[in-house]
Ligand binder design. Structure first.
Ligand code: NAI
Length: 251
């Protein structure tokens, strides 16, 4: 099996891309440390993967709280003895889609705290463990919004550009310790997050798909394929990369 006995730590595992990744890694033989702030969804994911993985443990975690991040990642190290792959995936969108002049401070603070600071907190703790091990692969979930602008989304765009910058920084700093850090940049992907956006703006469902040359929205499996490729030892020469998984949109 492709990831047999590899310990995979996932944030945002209660839903969408994080849940799909948990299921696929479990099918491929990995041992799973799953976290999310949504305890109910997290237990649902655990139920879905329990029969597939030799070991799965859940940790309730708000990635924007440093004390929680530190304590959970230390618990994962204690419970599993190592972290081979860390998927920093937890993320949120802004509640409102306002231009920069009207963007709310609340949206700015929330989105930056989770999407940007949360990824920093997680990498800060994961890298200490991986450096001690002398190995590890980090995959951060950015977005096409990390590569280009999305009007009315300044906080989200800033946070995802930051994820790409942080990924490159960690990649350079830790390459000599056998650790790789890469990012995946999904386009609009069918998940509860996208459905939430369409629930407010149903007209976008028909409109946005035309911005994707391949002619469809992403599926969580498209994103998981890229995540697994980057975390696989066969990608041992790839680090600091941010891969658009976008049906050609950024081309
Ligand atoms: P989702 O909403 O289905 O899943 C996100 C998960 O993160 C949820 O389980 C949520 O509870 C968790 N989460 C949110 N804030 C958290 C926090 N502070 N601490 C811990 N867990 C938290 O969304 P989806 O689509 O699976 O998103 C996953 C990642 O992919 C996010 O980083 C998102 O920005 C990114 N992305 C998604 C796209 C899409 O169209 N679905 C496009 C581009 C990027």
């Amino acid at each position: 099996m492709r990831f047999k006995d590899q310990v995979v730590f996932i944030t945002g595992a209660a839903s969408g891309i994080g849940r799909a990744a948990a299921i696929q890694y479990a099918k491929d033989g990995a041992l799973l440390a799953l976290s999310d702030w949504n305890a109910t969804g997290l237990e649902e994911t655990k139920g879905l993967v329990a029969a597939l993985s030799a070991k799965v443990q859940t940790y309730q975690l708000d990635v924007s709280n440093y004390d929680q991040v530190k304590s959970v990642i230390q618990s994962v190290q204690t419970d599993f003895g190592k972290i081979d792959i860390a998927l920093n995936n937890a993320g949120i969108g802004a509640k409102n889609a306002f231009r920069t002049g009207e963007h709310t401070l609340e949206d700015w603070d929330r989105v930056i705290a989770v999407n940007q600071t949360g990824v920093f907190y997680c990498m800060k703790e994961e890298l200490v463990i991986m450096k001690e091990q002398g190995s590890g692969a980090i995959v951060n979930i950015a977005s096409i919004a990390g590569l280009k602008a999305l009007p009315r989304q300044i906080a989200y765009v800033a946070s995802k550009h930051a994820v790409i910058g942080m990924t490159k920084t960690a990649a350079l700093e830790y390459a000599k310790y056998g650790i790789r850090a890469n990012a995946v940049c999904p386009v609009f992907t069918n998940s509860p997050m996208l459905e939430e956006m369409f629930s407010v703006r149903e007209d976008l469902r028909e409109k946005l798909v035309h911005t994707i040359p391949v002619g469809r929205y992403g599926e969580t499996s498209d994103i998981v394929n890229a995540i697994q490729w980057l975390s696989d030892p066969q990608s041992s020469f790839i680090t600091g990369l941010s891969v658009p998984v976008d049906g050609g949109q950024t081309a």
